[in-house]
Design a protein around this ligand. Structure first.
Ligand SMILES: Cc1cc2nc3c(=O)[nH]c(=O)nc-3n(C[C@H](O)[C@H](O)[C@H](O)COP(=O)(O)OP(=O)(O)OC[C@H]3O[C@@H](n4cnc5c(N)ncnc54)[C@H](O)[C@@H]3O)c2cc1C
Length: 324
């Protein structure tokens, strides 16, 4: 069984930031990533643009040059790719960590391909893999998707976009601009307050002029081959429909953390408990980094404000890491 000093679970921006710290210190480490490098960003909408300016997405002060102040998905993929390759970071791709167990002073990491031993483990597994389900009949029809990639398939089609957050608003506007017939079905009473301040007025105005239809205080009840039904405070409505984009958010795999024995807050936000100075959990030697730290509060941590986790962990490990 290969023996590491540090295993990092997740090859997103924050897992990469952790690997940079390990590489600089000459530690024997690897990232284990279940998909492609930066798998979450790879699966973002093709035309997405970050709300952060490029220097706020930089890791370890490695310059991120972008054509615009706010980079797009392609530029981010290029940047993180170059950070990994030019720093020779160690990473195993397309390998899923299934379990982490502490056995005396070491962790046994079981993947779908292998087993490894490690002195320390950093979990930076993000939140983008598990969509929040609507749990309504018809949700498993092929016309329903929880991810939006690009507008082209939806032109000249009747598309219901469910949700009113950044992802839903971006998708609705892009599909409408390319020629789709868009209806938004929104559980709340308005377009979300956290929608980017330069995008929200565009959405509100498209609804006001009737270009994009919107139903508020509305909950989907059934999806059928050719229609979608929802109830508002006043009535039950059924409209014709070809495609449904259920962009109601994503949730982290907290069961994975619970199975390892990580403690959680007692409120309904299900926040994992960790030391905010060191990022160490209740399990000695096991650390959390990145968006996973927020539990169900998936908007709390993002690249900008969580890249610092890598340094906090590495500085804590500096004094205690045993030579592998
Ligand atoms: C549309 C959109 C726009 C955004 N714009 C911005 C922005 O402008 N600025 C900003 O700071 N943030 C932005 N964010 C948020 C940001 O992308 C995330 O906060 C960031 O990706 C978090 O990085 P991470 O490394 O913690 O997690 P992730 O990037 O999600 O990486 C986690 C990785 O872990 C892997 N993984 C999960 N489970 C396992 C397992 N069991 N075994 C192996 N690998 C596993 C996943 O495949 C994934 O690659 C945006 C998010 C979205 C959806």
């Amino acid at each position: 069984m290969t023996n590491f000093q540090v295993i990092i679970i997740g090859g997103g921006p924050i897992g990469i930031a952790c690997a940079l710290e390990c590489e600089k210190r000459g530690w024997h480490y690897t990232i284990i990533e279940k998909g492609a490098l930066t798998n979450s960003i790879y699966n973002y909408p093709l035309n997405m643009r970050f709300f952060s300016t490029s220097e706020k997405l930089e890791l370890d002060n490695i310059p991120f040059i972008s054509n615009q102040p706010k980079p797009n998905r392609d530029e981010a993929l290029e940047y993180y790719r170059r950070v990994v390759t030019s720093n020779n970071l160690k990473i195993k791709l397309f390998e899923t960590v299934e379990a982490v167990e502490k056995n005396q002073n070491k962790f046994v990491i079981t993947t779908d391909k292998n087993q490894y031993l490690s002195e320390k483990v950093i979990i930076a597994s993000g939140f983008y893999d598990l969509p929040k389900m609507l749990n309504v009949p018809g949700e498993n029809l092929p016309k329903v998707s929880h991810y939006f990639t690009e507008a082209h398939p939806y032109i000249l089609q009747k598309v219901a976009v469910i949700g009113a957050s950044n992802s839903s608003v971006d998708a609705a506007l892009e599909i409408w601009r390319k020629g789709g017939d868009v209806t938004m079905i929104v559980r709340g009473e308005a377009i979300g307050e956290r929608v980017k301040y330069w995008v929200r007025p565009d959405m509100v105005n498209r609804i006001a002029e009737g270009s994009i239809k919107a139903y508020f205080n509305a909950e989907v009840t059934t999806i059928d081959e050719k229609s979608i039904s929802f109830k508002t405070t006043e009535e039950e409505i059924t409209i014709e429909n070809d495609f449904v984009l259920a962009l109601t958010g994503y949730r982290p795999n907290l069961e994975f953390l619970k199975n390892i024995g990580i403690e959680f807050s007692n409120d309904n936000l299900e926040k994992p408990v960790y030391n905010q100075d060191t990022m160490e959990t209740n399990i000695k030697g096991l650390y959390l980094a990145g968006v996973i730290c927020g539990g169900q509060e998936t908007h709390k941590w993002f690249i900008e404000n969580s890249r610092v986790h890598a340094k906090l962990i590495a500085e804590h490990l500096d004094g205690i890491l045993i030579e592998g």
